[in-house]
Design a binder for this molecule. Structure first.
Ligand SMILES: O=P(O)(O)O[C@@H]1C[C@H](O)[C@@H](CO)O1
Length: 336
């Protein structure tokens, strides 16, 4: 570890981590760019590993060299929604543990593989398992695959998640098309874009006013009507908390007061990263549980088994919904 000084003169400690690279064989190592997080032990800022442009490119090239599929659309499967990727045909599958420099999935309901294949006749790449902050990965690491998608050639990201419903109109099993998010972790000074900015990905200060593409939100609602699930599909605001614990009643009340409709533990940092590198974003939450806003509520406590079970029960609808959105996006890309 070496100390440096930041612009605000607070002490910074850089962790010089080394990473296995493919090009150097199993013994090849390269230094990583660093990202800053707070070290609780001494209040200093610690620079934690982030993925440089070169490392993301190397991962993207590793994948592209091993598949002939050239996706424009990347999909992230939420908890219990991994079967979306099982719908793909003519697949090339990469276990995370075999992709150089890739983290591994540690959460039940997240298999841990990147699946290239066709949804209908549209080429896509799908993460069957995402990375969460509570697994011990920094936000830049959690979001790194989004940059890999960009470098593979994607122009669009579809992010899905399981979430607790705060809006009283939402039922378990409903879909919430994400209209916007509140970046609670960003409020706390934690961002996937922290640290030196590489302009090859995007600008230092990316706007987030239109993070979720309004056209696809409208399209999704139209698709829901065509599928005759219009009354089960809503539009709303999502937030991500750090987890892994679910929220207290007081926290949920506060989130509701802030105008949040669904709460989860992912997606926001992925979307921030996607918008930074100019991917168009569509996202939806599967409402897997109702959030208790009442101490005397007879609702069961939130639990991950229920989350995964509801995901599995609704996998067919979610897959059909996604397939139709993918088709619309693909038609539009072809007509450009
Ligand atoms: O990966 P997602 O956001 O779909 O998973 C949610 C949030 C936690 O990882 C887990 C809690 O049950 O489900």
């Amino acid at each position: 570890m070496t100390g440096t000084i930041t612009a605000d003169q607070s002490p910074v400690i850089v962790k010089h981590t080394k990473h296995r690279t493919n090009s150097g064989g199993s013994t090849g190592y390269i230094a990583q760019e660093q990202n800053e997080t707070l070290d609780a032990s001494d209040g200093a800022h610690v620079l934690e590993e982030a993925y440089s442009y070169e490392v993301c490119k190397e991962i993207a090239d590793y994948l592209s060299e091993r598949t002939a599929i050239r996706p424009k659309i990347g999909i992230i499967c939420g908890s219990g929604l991994g079967s979306l990727a099982d719908e793909l045909t003519n697949t090339d599958i990469f276990e995370y543990e075999n992709i150089p420099n890739f983290p591994v999935s540690t959460v039940e309901g997240h298999v841990g593989r990147m699946v290239f294949g066709y949804l209908g006749d549209v080429p896509v790449m799908a993460m069957q398992g995402r990375f969460h902050y509570y697994e011990g990965y920094g936000l830049a690491k959690c979001s790194m695959p989004v940059r890999v998608m960009k470098l593979v050639g994607c122009t669009h990201l579809i992010a899905t998640n399981a979430a607790g419903g705060l809006n009283h109109k939402f039922k378990v099993g409903d879909i919430m098309v994400v209209r916007d998010h509140v970046n609670m972790m960003g409020f706390a000074g934690n961002s996937p874009l922290q640290g030196p900015n590489d302009p090859r990905f995007g600008p230092r200060f990316p706007p987030m006013t239109r993070a979720y593409d309004a056209h696809y939100i409208k399209t999704a609602k139209k698709i829901a009507k065509e599928m005759k699930i219009g009354s089960d599909v809503h539009e709303g605001v999502y937030t991500c908390l750090g987890g892994p614990n679910y929220e207290t009643v007081a926290e949920l009340r506060m989130l509701k007061t802030l105008g949040i409709d669904a709460v989860g533990m992912s997606t926001v940092h992925e979307v921030v990263t996607a918008r930074h590198c100019d991917l168009k974003v569509f996202a939806f939450s599967l409402i897997t549980n109702k959030c208790s806003l009442d101490y005397d509520s007879s609702d069961d406590d939130a639990n991950h088994e229920e989350v995964v079970t509801v995901g599995k029960n609704r996998q067919h609808i979610c897959a059909q919904f996604t397939r139709r959105i993918v088709q619309v996006i693909s038609d539009e890309i072809s007509n450009q």
